[in-house]
Design a protein around this ligand. Structure first.
Ligand code: 3PG
Length: 306
């Protein structure tokens, strides 16, 4: 089988080497398309691929239609909003993710971002400490749980809201579950977002929630830009000169945000949450192993288009 790794943002070399070992060791061949600049390059590369590993690369209906041999696509990462699941399903293509494999990298970045914002983006002037502050975890999945664990190491008070997670599990981690999303925002000096981008969550964070945040609060987005209502973000930052916003996924109106609000806002130049060698190796090798196992045994653990 031909297994294509198609990554606009390439994996670290150690991850590519590891993927190659797994793929070739199982008797398959590996094709590599990295740093491509046009969708046409991806369309050409998928033509004869039986399997595909991607990161945030967009697997649209057009890509699926062009991939006439494709049987499985694995998103090396957690969020699979970049895959057209309906297109995959209608062609009988199995779509998977690799949950948890890059979570630590994202959680560490969220903590780093909190410190950076608390210290005025490393500009001169008096900052503040994380110790004793309350951090709200919006969605207690793999990343949220790790952020909570790290935040406790800073002596922060950790609260969380996730209607899909049993509160007993949250409490067992020494984290306080709150009963509503409104309460989460009202109590959080730092609010760390970990919700996926779905039809329900897109544009769900805006004035109604942010206006509830305490004085001087900071919203940290290592999730997806789509969950933010960007027009309302602009409005609330104007109305509340004490609020801050830091993101790993530049907003569509990021330049305007930067010009207007200076060091109250910050965006990484390119999404870097999962950009560590460790996360690349974890997610890349997991993807390769999942594909090899699927071809060998039909195993569909981690399928997301059931
Ligand atoms: C994920 O959903 O796993 C992260 O957003 C990582 O995305 P990336 O592979 O593009 O860095």
């Amino acid at each position: 089988m031909k297994i294509l790794v198609a990554t606009d943002k390439p994996f670290a070399k150690a991850a590519v080497d590891g993927i190659r070992n797994i793929v070739e060791g199982a008797g398959h061949t590996l094709a590599l398309l990295e740093k491509y600049t046009t969708p046409q390059e991806l369309l050409a590369a998928v033509k004869d691929a039986d399997a595909m590993i991607v990161r945030s690369d967009k697997v649209t209906k057009e890509v699926v239609d062009a991939a006439s041999n494709l049987k499985i696509v694995v998103r090396a990462g957690a969020g699979y909003d970049n895959l057209d699941l309906d297109a995959c399903t209608s062609r009988g293509i199995v779509a998977m993710n690799t949950p948890g494999q890059n979570s630590n990298a994202v959680a560490e970045l969220a903590i780093g971002m909190m410190i950076f914002m608390s210290r005025n983006c490393f500009n001169p002037g008096t900052g503040s400490e994380l110790k004793g502050k309350t951090i709200g975890i919006h969605a207690y999945g793999n990343v949220g749980r790790l952020v909570a664990k790290l935040a406790k190491g800073f002596d922060m008070n950790v609260i969380a809201f996730d209607p899909f997670v049993d509160n007993a599990k949250v409490k067992a981690d020494g984290v306080t579950p709150v009963s509503s999303i409104e309460e989460l925002y009202e109590k959080s000096d730092f609010l760390s977002l970990h919700i996926p981008a779905t039809s329900e969550t897109k544009k769900s964070v805006g004035t109604a929630l942010m206006s509830r945040m305490p004085k001087g609060a900071c919203l940290i987005n290592t999730a997806r830009k789509e969950v933010i209502n960007e027009d309302e973000l602009m409005e609330i930052l104007e109305k509340r000169p004490d609020l801050k916003y830091v993101t790993d996924i530049a907003a569509d109106n990021q330049t305007a945000l930067n010009e207007k609000f200076g060091i109250r806002v910050f965006s990484t130049p390119k999404k870097m949450g999962a950009e560590t060698g460790e996360a690349n190796v974890n997610a890349g090798l997991a993807s390769a192993n999942q594909i090899v196992k699927f071809f060998a045994t039909g195993d569909k653990t981690f399928q997301v288009n059931k």
